[in-house]
Design a protein around this ligand. Structure first.
Ligand SMILES: CC(C)(COP(=O)(O)OP(=O)(O)OC[C@H]1O[C@@H](n2cnc3c(N)ncnc32)[C@H](O)[C@@H]1OP(=O)(O)O)[C@@H](O)C(=O)NCCC(=O)NCCS
Length: 157
């Protein structure tokens, strides 16, 4: 397990976010990130990052929390492929859970590719349950599984 420094992200973290995105098969779109973190942001989304505790403190992963009435939406989650399976995704999700509770959200919902077994395993281990399947949801025709969890997230359930 690796204990990163967890913190909110802002526009200054854009290079680190884009560096992570460049190494990923799917990435949260750059124009959306620029809009969300820019001066004209409507502040509807919260970006939370995990930083290495070395002197350069590179960004190792990030999560994006959106909202829909009283439900939180996990818009995106990404961990550097060289640092996966070290508990960073879990710690980011627990930070998202704390943040969503603070914002008076009671439920966290997400969509994940049906083929993304690793992410589904991560979410299932943090008390997310399958709600339904959205067929052909992604642009390449992949199905999405909608999952939700009551907050706070509970590891090991
Ligand atoms: C999914 C992702 C965020 C997981 O991050 P992570 O930091 O590796 O997750 P953790 O180390 O906290 O994993 C916790 C548990 O989740 C499960 N898990 C995570 N990745 C897994 C994988 N690839 N295969 C199987 N189980 C996995 C395991 O049970 C793991 O515990 P273990 O390592 O003790 O067995 C990461 O693989 C990633 O960034 N993937 C690419 C982007 C993506 O798919 N994002 C999700 C979009 S919905």
């Amino acid at each position: 397990m690796y204990l990163p420094e967890i913190d909110f992200l802002n526009y200054n973290d854009l290079p680190g976010i884009l560096r992570l995105n460049a190494g990923a098969s799917y990435a949260w779109p750059e124009e959306v990130i620029r809009q969300d973190l820019g001066q004209d942001s409507n502040n509807e989304t919260t970006y939370i990052g995990a930083f290495a505790t070395t002197a350069e403190a590179p960004l190792l992963g990030y999560a994006v929390l959106g909202r829909e009435k009283r439900a939180g939406i996990l818009m995106w989650l990404l961990v550097d492929s060289r640092h996966q399976r070290q508990g960073i995704g879990t710690q980011l999700l627990l930070a998202v859970s704390d943040c969503a509770l603070y914002l008076n959200m009671r439920i966290l919902r997400l969509r994940v590719r049906k083929s993304n077994k690793g992410a589904i395993a991560l979410y299932s281990g943090l008390s997310f349950r399958r709600e339904r399947v959205r067929q052909g949801y992604y642009s390449n025709g992949d199905d999405a599984i909608v999952m939700s969890a009551n907050l706070p997230l509970r590891p090991g359930q």
